[in-house]
Design a protein around this ligand. Structure first.
Ligand code: ATP
Ligand code: MG
Length: 414
């Protein structure tokens, strides 16, 4: 038997409603903040992610699904949303739209990860991007949207952690001292960290290897090296969060896994299992890096699987078949389908699609818990009346064989 590929999952029909609850809440939240949905391709040219995510990141170095298409172009399945959205922003000239350009998305991502709880190879992210403003108010807006969304889906047991990772100006000085610190023990770091020392030493702080995490204890923190502008920006963010009563901790360990972040970075971390459920930050350098104009931006992404693991099992939304129309013989199907078509504007209606016997149809209607049963036979068609039965109470009524009369009696049963 062929099994699903490692790191993927089936979302079966009796659990998809849980995903829909989250996605509906997300859509409502984003729309209330004035964001519209964007949809972009599942795959892009590999270069987009190498340049946009950064070629010293775990995502690019270890986790991308990259292959050559039949014409020999290097293609990569999207590992995250921001690079593709920024590409679309530049390519479609969206800078000529009212600024800031604000969009949200919900899409599957692909990363070749070590599969474990909360870590898949195909997973779903819900996120947003606010492009075109350098104000700290946009950072606040992103955090506020995230916070509102998490509250809406009743995820309260999370901690907001924020940090500033500065801009290229303050980073230059910081990277020098960080390099010195790491260099003292460079032989003990993993090979990936070693290779990052010269190109991008801050990545070393994000290493997941236990030994590197230990070696990183006591490393200099960038907060001590922020330039005046970055310092003021971060102070403004913190002050506004306080005014909005959004609790946070400053955590200098938050550096984020992608290269394009600047200034504010943030994560919402589950208290229950320590997982980051939502993460984001400012990425003022990315749009220029991808050949657009120098344009500041901020955004975040939440992992849908991780959100779901924090939400208690809720009962499925009522999704019952409200009427099953059974036919004695197949030549009554035309009438059944006519009535069903009209009634489906208002309620859930099923009819036989298996050429089953009348008795087998009744059995099926029982099994699925159909709320009402209408029986059509030769007599019924001739007299233009039929019996409708409320399956719960057993109550029966004679109705005219038209949608109005059937609908009225279903309402009366309730
Ligand atoms: P981590 O440090 O946990 O690997 P990351 O920095 O790679 O996270 P981002 O790229 O910022 O994560 O992705 C944002 C969110 O997407 C994460 O906080 C998480 O909720 C979710 N996510 C990331 N990778 C996976 C995965 N492989 N499986 C499920 N969810 C994921
Ligand atoms: Mg990761």
């Amino acid at each position: 038997m062929i099994q699903k590929a490692k790191g993927t999952k089936d979302i079966l029909a009796d659990e998809s409603y849980r995903w829909q609850l989250i996605e509906e809440a997300a859509q409502e939240t984003f729309e209330n903040f004035g964001l519209k949905e964007i949809r972009i391709p599942t795959f892009e040219y590999t270069e987009l992610f190498e340049r946009g995510v950064g070629d010293t990141t775990d995502v690019v170095q270890k986790e991308m699904y990259t292959f050559n298409d039949k014409a020999g172009r290097s293609i990569t399945l999207r590992p995250e949303g921001t690079a593709g959205i920024v590409r679309a922003y530049i390519e479609n000239g969206l800078f000529s739209k009212p600024s800031p350009y604000k969009v949200w998305y919900k899409m599957p991502m692909f990363r070749y990860e070590n599969v474990q709880k909360g870590r898949y190879r195909e997973f779903n992210q819900i996120g947003c991007e606010i492009i075109g403003t350098s104000s700290y108010l946009a950072d606040i807006e992103a955090i506020n949207i995230a916070n509102t969304f998490l509250k809406k889906i009743s995820i309260e047991d999370v901690k907001l952690k924020i940090n500033s990772i500065g801009c290229p100006t303050c980073r230059k000085k910081y990277q020098e001292v960080l390099k010195e610190f790491v260099n003292e023990n460079i032989n003990m770091y993993c090979s990936t960290c070693k290779s990052r020392l010269d190109k991008n030493p801050m990545r070393i702080l994000d290493c997941k290897e236990e030994k590197c995490k230990k070696l990183n204890k006591g490393a200099p923190v960038i907060l001590d090296y922020l330039c005046e502008e970055c310092k003021e920006h971060f102070e403004n963010v913190k002050n506004m969060l306080k005014q909005l009563n959004i609790n946070y901790d400053v955590d200098s360990g938050i550096v984020r896994g992608l290269d394009y972040y600047t200034k504010t970075v943030f994560e919402f971390i589950s208290q229950k299992d320590g997982y980051t459920v939502l993460a984001g930050g400012r990425y003022d350098g990315l749009i220029k890096e991808l050949d657009g104009a120098d344009t500041p931006a901020v955004g975040f992404a939440a992992g849908e699987e991780r959100l779901l693991s924090l939400i208690e099992e809720k009962q499925p939304e009522d999704f019952k078949t409200e009427l099953y129309i059974a036919t004695m013989e197949q030549n009554q199907m035309k009438k059944a389908l006519e009535i069903a078509e009209t009634l489906r504007k208002y309620i859930v209606v099923e009819t036989d699609i298996c050429s089953r016997s009348f008795n087998a149809q009744l059995k099926y209607a029982n099994k699925i818990g159909a709320e009402n049963l209408l029986v059509i036979g030769e007599e019924e068609i001739k007299n233009n009346t039929a019996k409708i039965k409320n399956m719960k109470t057993g109550e029966e009524k004679t109705v005219e064989l038209n949608a109005d009369s059937i609908f009225d009696s279903i309402i009366e049963f309730e």
